[in-house]
Design a protein around this ligand. Structure first.
Ligand code: HEC
Length: 250
């Protein structure tokens, strides 16, 4: 996703007055990352995209830090002497890390299902009407890429990849890059209806998995999402079911 596309969606000072002020997470890029030709740095910082707070620059950064921080496995990328740049004691080869990156990069996007059902179509309208799509942007386009299959393609991920202040209820007390404790990157909603299949039949939504249903996840939206949540709460019970039917079709 080109930086320009994300900057076009950002509205850090809420100039349009809709209560929603998405902004990129400006991060320090690790020395092993390959910078995008179309990157738009600011004061030496770059726009992050991956992770709950968008604190990882690319899939290699995400993968190398997940090996290190989530699994305690040291790779060449994350374990170099800061002065000499010598590898200290890697436990996983570069090739293996790069293979995982390639696997992630070429994973197929989840295909929406039951898209012609009346309830799903009605729910899609409601999604836009109550303003969910202001953060969960239905479609973005990839930019240029050395891989033809990934270049200039529509991506219906339902995210703007930007940070939003979600209110005190979702404050985890941690900062990452320029992301504040209550700020989270809009999570993609593609594949939402399929996620219980890989989680023992249950939903574990929001950054810490606390929401056990789509309805519970919506109810926890605060901060910049308060207006949208209130509009959702004023829908009839039947309309709220249509919205959930739509979300489950993704
Ligand atoms: C102001 C931006 C914003 C708006 C508006 C918004 N969301 Fe979200 N949404 C987020 C963010 C950010 C999170 C992640 C919060 C967290 O993890 O604590 C989220 C999380 C979710 C999740 C959980 C996804 C997951 O994988 O954990 C669902 C489902 C969801 N939103 C649906 C909706 C629906 C439906 C609406 C409209 C009623 C809506 N959102 C409006 C920003 C927004």
């Amino acid at each position: 996703m080109p930086d320009d596309a994300l900057l076009a969606l950002a509205d850090p000072n809420d100039r349009d007055g809709d209560g929603i002020s998405g902004r990129p997470n400006w991060i320090t890029v690790p020395d092993y990352a390959t910078l995008r030709p179309d990157a738009r740095p600011r004061a030496g910082k770059y726009i992050g995209r991956f992770g709950k707070k968008a604190a990882a620059y690319d899939l290699l950064h995400q993968t190398a830090s997940a090996y290190n921080q989530d699994m305690g496995v040291i790779s060449f990328f994350e374990d170099r002497d800061p002065n000499t740049h010598n590898v200290l004691d890697p436990e996983v080869s570069n090739q293996k890390v790069q293979d995982v990156v390639a696997y992630l990069k070429f994973l197929k996007a989840p295909q929406p299902r039951e898209t012609e059902q009346a309830a799903v179509l009605a729910g899609e309208q409601l999604f836009v009407q109550v303003g969910c799509g202001k953060c969960h942007t239905p479609e973005l386009r990839t930019g240029d890429s050395p891989v033809a299959a990934l270049a200039n393609r529509p991506v219906r991920a339902y995210t703007d990849l930007l940070l939003h202040d979600m209110g005190p209820g979702l404050n985890d007390g941690y900062t990452e890059g320029s992301a504040q404790p209550a700020e989270w990157r809009t999570p993609p909603l593609w594949g939402l209806g399929l996620s219980p299949n890989s989680q023992g039949g249950s939903y574990f939504l929001l950054h810490d998995g606390r929401a056990r249903s789509i309805e519970a996840a919506i109810a926890q939206h605060g901060g910049e999402a308060t207006g949208s949540r209130d509009r959702h709460d004023r829908l009839s019970a039947a309309e709220q079911r249509q919205l959930v039917d739509f979300l489950k079709s993704l």
